[in-house]
Design a protein around this ligand. Structure first.
Ligand code: PNS
Length: 177
């Protein structure tokens, strides 16, 4: 069975991620959206929430029955071996993504030569979109409609609002700094 892994921090999943998933999944028998715990990035949303957002986004798209959402911690190559996956699928937006993704693909290939990385170009309507932009919009109360999968938009905002205000932060002109 041809199994692919689409790894990411998904903090949170965006419409761009979902577009790449929906376009890539039909090429594989089993397609695993693997949410990385990624403690090095200190994600805004916890792992359970990120998985839940991804799961609901995927389930809302008809025809993605071969897609499952899972999580992993540690090296991607180890997780891929554990899942018997032979392919990694990643979205590419712009030249700015290329250097990092190229390095990751080569590192992964060096560690496991049987693992091949496939890049899928972002659709033009999402080429500007990133999880970090979504986090910034949510932080400043901007509109994220259409930028994240429709069914999870309000949950992303609510989850952000539920976050405890970090100690040491002060209110300045009405804002928390
Ligand atoms: O969505 P992101 O943040 O670009 O995803 C990055 C991710 C999770 C795919 C990458 O950080 C990763 O693979 N992390 C697991 C650790 C690992 O295997 N790193 C690559 C070798 S240094």
């Amino acid at each position: 069975m041809k199994t692919a892994i689409c790894p990411g921090t998904f903090d949170p999943i965006t419409s761009g991620h979902l577009d790449v998933i929906a376009r890539s999944a039909p090429f594989f028998e089993r397609f695993i959206v693997a949410v990385s715990a990624n403690p090095l990035k200190s994600p805004m949303f916890d792992l359970k929430e990120r998985m839940d957002f991804a799961q609901r986004a995927v389930r809302a798209i008809p025809g993605l029955e071969n897609v499952e959402v899972d999580c992993f911690e540690g090296l991607l190559v180890d997780y891929a071996k554990h899942m018997k996956a032979t392919a990694i699928v990643k979205g590419l937006r712009a030249i700015s993504d290329f250097e990092y993704e190229f390095q990751m693909a080569q590192m992964n290939h060096k560690m496991d030569e049987s693992l091949e990385t496939f890049f899928v170009m972002a659709s033009s309507e999402y080429s500007f979109l990133s999880s970090s932009a979504i986090r910034e919009l949510v932080f400043y109360g901007g509109c994220i409609e259409g930028l994240v999968p429709s069914g999870i938009e309000q949950d992303i905002i609510r989850s952000f609002e539920r976050r405890p205000v970090r100690k040491g932060k002060e209110r300045f002109n009405g804002y928390i700094c």
